[in-house]
Design a protein around this ligand. Structure first.
Ligand code: AMP
Length: 284
């Protein structure tokens, strides 16, 4: 496995090996602090593509709070091992200045609710930064396929729209959300949780699966979601931002419960911002 730290170095490597002509290329964009969730994306990419590039960059333009950016874990040595074991061929780990070709900045993008509701509302400018960095990565790497986790559900929808408009030849692959054995959605931020925080955080995934159970048992979507939201609001340790049904294609509050495809949640637990979601089973 090769580690490349500059866009120029990446270009040289591509040209030297005629990569973009002869091989199918899979890209897995990450911010590092890799865990089994990332590994599952890399494994899928390596099954489907000749070569896999994993990008590692803590992208400053997608953070709306400087403290959050500063506190984001950076674990390059361990990342190299995880990426290698999962089948990565190249780690591309540029500085933000290198990738952006100067001071990192993001143009505002407004695709209505898709970019401005839920995560877009709670983290103003977040998707501008996501779109900016993915655009730079797609332009530099020109992958055939790019892999994104359903853990960041709204991000998948935003990137799919962005690819449709700007990179119609790149296939966006949405990958399954990976949890630990107790149900906690794996996240690079989890290492900042105390043991107590982990217990509280588990209430989020528990609430999501309980809603699915209740709906399967015949309860209405709205009743089940409202009850779970009210219950989560009762916990002092959980600072709930949202707990809602959404349609993956719109992320609009206007969608009716029968149009919901997922339940999404965001909360601050133990000073750590966590998101999670669950897919609703389609009932015939
Ligand atoms: P991040 O490093 O957090 O920006 O994540 C990089 C990619 O890994 C994104 O596409 C995430 O959605 C994905 N990812 C992160 N955590 C998980 C998880 N628990 N399951 C599946 N994909 C994940």
């Amino acid at each position: 496995m090769k580690i490349i730290r500059t866009s120029v170095g990446l270009n040289h490597w591509f040209n030297e090996h005629n990569i973009q002509i002869n091989k199918s290329l899979g890209l897995v964009p990450t911010m590092g602090a890799l865990h089994q969730g990332h590994a599952s994306l890399i494994e899928k990419a390596s099954k489907e593509c000749d070569l896999v590039v994993v990008s590692i960059l803590v992208n400053p333009t997608q953070f709306n709070e400087k403290d959050d950016l500063d506190a984001y874990p950076r674990t390059m040595a361990a990342d190299v091992e995880i990426a290698k074991a999962a089948g990565c061929n190249v780690i591309f780990a540029p500085t933000a200045e290198d990738l952006y070709g100067g001071k990192p900045k993001a143009e505002p993008v407004n695709w209505g609710d898709l970019t401005h509701s839920f995560e877009g509302k709670c983290r103003p400018g977040h998707f501008d930064g996501v779109i900016a960095v993915v655009d730079k990565l797609f332009d530099a790497i020109k992958p055939d396929k790019a892999y994104f986790g359903a853990k960041d559900l709204q991000q998948v929808a935003v990137v799919q729209k962005m690819a449709q408009i700007r990179y119609p030849n790149i296939e966006i692959v949405s990958c399954e959300l990976i949890r630990d054995s107790k149900g906690l959605a794996l996240s690079s931020r989890n290492i900042r949780l105390t043991n107590q925080g982990v217990k509280q955080a588990l209430k989020l995934s528990f609430a999501l699966s309980k809603v699915v159970e209740k709906i399967s048992a015949g309860e209405s979507e709205k009743t089940a979601v409202d009850a779970a939201r009210n219950e989560l609001k009762e916990y002092d340790e959980i600072d709930l931002e949202y707990f809602n049904g959404v349609n993956f294609h719109t992320f609009s509050h206007e969608d009716k419960p029968f149009e919901w495809s997922h339940i999404v949640v965001a909360a601050n637990v133990d000073g750590v911002r966590l998101i999670d979601n669950i897919e609703l089973e389609v009932v015939d």
